[in-house]
Design a protein around this ligand. Structure first.
Ligand code: SAH
Length: 241
């Protein structure tokens, strides 16, 4: 039921936390664990803390970079304890569970990205996310232990998945949603096109690209829509030569 949800841990320092995450996931019926550059893995502390969930560790996929881990994901949620100066749209863990468990999304890969124990997720990593995922808690002390954060999010998904689901309203088209790899190459093409037509210089593009990412993330493009937009970019590039 929840196998379309992928838990992704970025550069975890303590292998014990990876084991505790595996246990937290298995308790809540989830089994898709991805690790981006873990400091120590596999490791005896991970196995010990996983208790009976070491099969999740065995099946965990290790990636060299976050974009690689996200390549086949269509919806990406970045869990963060911190208020950011740049405001990404945000959802609580419960809102996320209610929103993304609808039957329409059963075939959509949804990534839940969790950051480093000491420094969380970096802004350029959050740029890859459609929403910030927040666990509401004490504002004065808002940073949960990594495995505790995964536990709460998976618990909300588990509880919501046992509620009767609203009947599909068919608000998605027939085309599959674009995945992260396709969106990243779309953003690259957009940047090149804007440079080609003289709209901006790539080196001064950081904040405008961040805003444009927000626009397209809100739109949740499908692959057909992406093709149309890229066709427009190609046309603009050709007519600018
Ligand atoms: N000290 C770090 C927090 C690390 S906690 C910081 O300043 O960002 C490790 C990870 O657990 C975070 O990156 C985040 O993914 C998750 N997490 C912890 N508390 C959270 C909360 N209240 N809401 C959402 N995610 C949280």
């Amino acid at each position: 039921m929840l196998s379309n949800f992928k838990v992704i841990l970025v550069e975890t320092s303590h292998p014990g936390n990876i084991g505790a995450v595996a246990r937290a996931m298995k308790n809540m019926g989830m089994d898709q664990l991805r690790l981006v550059n873990p400091k120590f893995f596999p490791h005896a502390d991970a196995t010990a803390r996983a208790s009976g969930a070491d099969n999740l560790l065995k099946n965990a996929i290790v990636y060299q970079s976050l974009p690689d881990a996200l390549a086949d994901c269509q919806i990406i949620l970045g869990a963060s304890a911190r208020d950011r100066t740049i405001s990404w749209p945000s959802l609580t863990a419960r809102e996320c569970a209610e929103k993304w468990l609808a039957a329409d999304y059963a075939d959509t890969n949804i990534a839940l990205v969790f950051g480093r124990e000491n420094s969380g997720l970096k802004n350029h990593e959050l740029d890859l996310c459609h929403f910030l995922l927040r666990i509401p808690c004490n504002q004065e002390y808002s940073s949960l232990n990594l495995a505790a954060a995964v536990q709460v999010v998976c618990y909300e998904l588990f509880v919501a998945s046992n509620q009767p689901q609203p009947v599909s309203v068919g608000d998605l088209g027939t085309e599959p949603l674009a995945n992260s790899e396709q969106m990243e190459s779309f953003y690259q093409h957009l940047l090149e096109t804007m440079a080609d037509i003289g709209f901006l210089h790539p080196e001064r593009s950081k904040s405008i690209m961040r805003r444009l990412r927000r626009v397209f993330n809100r739109a949740q493009l499908d692959t057909k829509e992406l093709d149309i937009l890229r066709g427009i970019f190609r046309f603009a590039q050709n007519h600018n030569q």
